[in-house]
Write a protein that binds this ligand. Structure first.
Ligand code: GTP
Ligand code: MG
Length: 163
């Protein structure tokens, strides 16, 4: 039996508890309550010929619990840093956790950055379908790096009847 102590860190609502509940109990709760302090879970799985017992600290993302975090990550062999792919602020928060762990964590700790709520990226496909159904021209753009910005205006121009 191999013991593996893990800690989940990340912004409020990123989905830390949901990931652990999915892993440990195979469940998902639409209205998961915000964690207070931290919650402990364990799960034993077979990896190759070994039995691995995960001891998982699911920390609270709320800022007022921040000072408790070192208690949970200090003894951890691995940290899972979670952000919500639909929420830029949660990604910024994740980068702060990485920075804190690099500065104060165990240097041998395995760090995993996890972009959660991938299911919500389907919203893009929905937009495409919606556009198709409604006869709209559809394009994704970035005003920041200029992706598709010229195309947007040129393609619209090409569709004008007098061109
Ligand atoms: P704190 O305990 O406050 O730090 O938050 P947390 O990181 O534990 O987030 P939690 O697991 O409580 O999830 C927050 C909300 O996001 C809940 O309403 C979940 O149902 C939802 N959620 C979590 N994971 C996913 C996911 O993969 N997809 C979608 N669509 N919703 C998710
Ligand atoms: Mg939680």
């Amino acid at each position: 039996m191999v013991l593996e102590r893990q800690v989940l860190l990340g912004d409020v609502g990123a989905g830390k508890s949901s990931l652990v509940l999915r892993f440990v109990k195979g469940q998902f709760v639409e209205f998961q309550e915000s964690t207070i302090g931290a919650a402990f879970f364990s799960q034993t799985v077979a990896v190759n010929d070994a039995t691995v017992k995960f001891e998982i600290w699911d920390t609270a993302g709320q800022e007022r619990y921040h000072s408790l975090a070192p208690m949970y990550y200090r003894g951890a062999a691995a940290a899972i840093i979670v952000y919500d792919i639909t929420n830029q602020a949660s990604f910024d928060r994740a980068k702060k956790w990485v920075h804190e762990l690099q500065a104060q964590g165990n240097p041998n700790m395995v760090m995993a950055l996890t972009g959660n709520k991938l299911d919500l990226s389907e919203a893009r496909k929905d937009a495409q379908t919606y556009a198709q159904e409604n006869g709209l021209f559809f394009l994704e753009t970035s005003a920041k790096d200029a992706t598709n910005v010229n195309d947007l205006f040129y393609e619209i121009a090409k569709k004008l009847p007098n061109l």
